[in-house]
Every structure is written in structure tokens, then in C-alpha cells.
Ligand binder design. Sequence first.
Ligand code: NDP
Ligand code: 2IT
Length: 448
Amino acid sequence: MAITNAYLAGVLETVKKRNAGEPEFIQAVTEVLESLQPVVERRPDLVEAGVIDRLVEPERQIIFRVPWVDDNGKVQVNRGFRVQYNSAIGPYKGGLRLHPSVYIGIIKFLGFEQVFKNSLTTLPMGGGKGGSDFDPKGKSDGEVMRFCQSFMTELCKHIGPDCDVPAGDIGTGAREIGYMFGQYKRIRNEFTGVLTGKGLTYGGSLARTEATGYGLCYFTDEMLKANGESFKNKTVVISGSGNVAIYATQKATELGAKVVALSDSNGYIFDKNGIDLACVKQLKEVERKRIKEYVTTHADAEYHEGCKGIWSIPCDIALPCATQNEIDKESAELLVKNNCIAVAEGANMPSTPEAIEVYLNNGILYGPAKAANAGGVATSGLEMSQNSERLSWTFEEVDGKLHDIMKSIFKSCDEAAKEYGMEGNYMAGANIAGFLKVAEAMKAQGCV
Ligand code: NDP
Ligand code: 2IT
């Protein structure tokens, strides 16, 4: 969809000039501006208040050196980031990504997306994101700990339970959050809910580990039901084999589907009998091994090098849960050819704009990341509430609230799409519904 509105075209021009060399950020902003065209026409007051001009610029960007000593006694230096993107509706909130591909453009795109996602959850959270180009793969526990401590030694100056509350993302799981929490507490001498995704023995919430994958399936289930379908007896392909992929596999299976494939950045496994999740959990969560090890204990399963090939496997439902831009036009066309009925995004921005066009033009139900993967951060919001009240809810209580939130997110996307004349386009619905709440708050708070 091209931008025909002159005001929005001007905003995008400025964004492109100001952020040259950050294609992921420009991609994320372009998609939202495209969706906002009918809103701008109906709401000149928001244009007048400069809400969109302000939204495309993060409130604050922090970049810092992270020095640490490896197991050979050698000094290593990484770069750390925290983008405090928007605080109109609550403290900055969003994960920390540890991956060698991390640079400011990735963190800004993720922070931008987070603003809308957090708004959709209905909870009071602004948007932020951070991370580092540190690669936890192949590092010892001691190296990961020293990195995390150094990272937090600087980050702790900028965050706090009422200011900015980071969490996990790619490469940041329970181990990393634990080391970071310990260092924050030591430096600040405060035991607060400054991070989410904490361990259950020190303030973590039950169901946070499962939340993104479960939430993705709850959202997808709503989307399927609204269109006369369900997970029952469907074949599902899920990319990635990390936190989101594992718990999406678990919930999709519970809802009656058969998950036949998972991947990592090296390749993918196909098991026509359905993925043995206990084996995957042992390999990935306990032993930190590669997904190809699965075939050593499952004779019927196949391993193929290269992660892109996973989209050539015939499936009814595709749940990309690895990383940005993992489904391109060609892969989307393969999904269409194989009669896939739905794509819902566990990862952030996993579909290229060309792939999204293919879904929309071919009637594939499309659940965009901002809405479909919001269950993780929503449950982080529930963890913050429990920390503030100094109590903890049961698994069933948290899971029940998560389920209700995902239903309400689907409803918001569906209704906003209808209201703005784009029925069934949940991407436009998510962008519009997420935007409106933040925009009203920004307008009410004046030009800040
Ligand atoms: P993990 O680190 O647990 O797992 C990431 C998985 O994605 C791994 O299998 C990894 O493979 C694969 N992957 C990562 N980078 C690439 C790449 N460049 N190419 C191919 N595969 C890749 O992360 P999560 O499961 O937490 O995150 C997955 C996605 O979900 C991310 O996009 C994240 O932003 C998003 N997300 C996560 C939430 C959460 O609560 N954790 C919440 C909402 C969204 P390998 O081991 O080879 O790197
Ligand atoms: O992308 C995301 O929403 C996350 N990585 C989770 C953020 C959070 O604060 O729980």
C-alpha cells in the first residue's frame, strides 16, 4: 500500500533522511504510517498536536561500552543499547536482545513496535527496547555472568520499577535475567520489580515463561474462530526453537493441532509424527544444543540445512517465532501454494512487506506481531503488578488473565479494522487501535 496522504508522506521522508542506514526501523515505521492514512483524515486534531511527528522519534537513546573479561583473561568489548521509546501511557517496557546482529536500528524498530503492542495489551506500559551485540552462544556461564554484570553496571543508571522495566528477548532468558537482577540489586541496594521474566524464587510470575507462545496461540485461536476455523487437526509449522517457539508448540498441540517442524539459524527439523516437545525442551532449555540433535533420537525425523526451507513444508497454519524478515515474498508464495490458511507472528516483524502483501492478496488470515505476540509483555505487566503488591498469583490466575487479554486484543484489532473500512485486515486494526490510545495520551500531555 503506497502512502498517498501528503502529510504522512512528508513524515516518512523525514524518517528516511534522519535514519538512513537503519532499514528495519524504516520498514516498521512505513507499515504503521500506511495503516494510519484513514486515521489522519478523520483526526486532524492529532496531526495538529504533532503526535505522529513525535512518535517517529524515540524519547531517549542510550548507547554504552560493555567491557568484560573472557575465560582466557582477555578483555572483550561489546556495545550496549537502551532505547526509551515512548512513555505516554506508562513506564518504558520491553525486552533486551543479545545477538551479534544487534545495532541501533534493530533496537529502534523493536522499541517502536513495542509502543503499539504495549498499548494493545490494555495495561499501563510505555515502550522501550535494549540489548547488545554480545553473542551468548558458545560462552561459558561465567562469561555470560560477567557480561551481564557489566551490562547492568551501566544500564542500572537509566532504569527503575517506575521508569523503565526491561525483560527477555532473543538470547536473554532466565539465566541472563537472573545475573542482571543480582547486579542491579547489589548496586542499588533495592529489591524491586526492575526486570520481568525473573525466576520464581525471586519475584518472577508463574506463566511468564509460557506467555508469549501461549498468547500467540490464544490470539490465533480467536482469529481462526472468527473465520469459522480452529486449531483442531491442523498441521502447523513453527520456526525457531527458543522460548516463543517451544511454548507455541505446546499450546498449539494442546488445542488439537500437530506441529511438524521447528528450526534454528542453521536449519530445520521435520517430524511427520508431530514434534516430541519433551525432547526439544531437554535439548534447548537444559543442554543448550542445536535443533539438529533431535534427529539423533528420532529416526523418522529429517534435518535440513538452511532455515528458510521450513516454509516449503505444507501446513495449514504458520507461526514464525524466530526473527525479523524470516518470511520473504517467495516463502509467502509457497505458503499460499500449499493452501496455508493463517500466519500469526510470534517473532517481531518476521514477514517482509512483500510477504504481507501476498498474505492479504490471497486471503490468508494474518495476525501481526504487535497483536499476536503481545502475551509476553502483557504477562510482564502482570508480573509488575504482583511485584508492586508483593504477592503472587497462581498459574491458573495468570494464564486466565493472559487468555482474556489476548481475546481483547483480537477484538480491538477486528473492531478498529472494521471501523476504518478495512474489515479482516488485522494489521491495520492493530496499528490503528495501538496508535489511538498512545496518541490521545500524548495529545493530553501537551508537546513533550
Ligand atoms: P530465543 O533466544 O529463546 O530463541 C530465538 C530462536 O530464533 C532460536 O531458535 C534462534 O536460533 C532463532 N533465531 C534467532 N535469530 C535468528 C536469525 N537471525 N535467523 C534464524 N533464526 C534465528 O528468543 P525468543 O524465543 O524469546 O524470541 C523469538 C522471537 O520472538 C524474537 O523475534 C523476539 O523478539 C520475539 N518475542 C519474544 C518475546 C518473549 O517474551 N521472549 C515476546 C514477544 C516477541 P539460533 O539458536 O540458531 O540463534
Ligand atoms: O518483544 C517483546 O514483547 C518482548 N521481548 C517481551 C517484552 C517484555 O517486557 O516482556
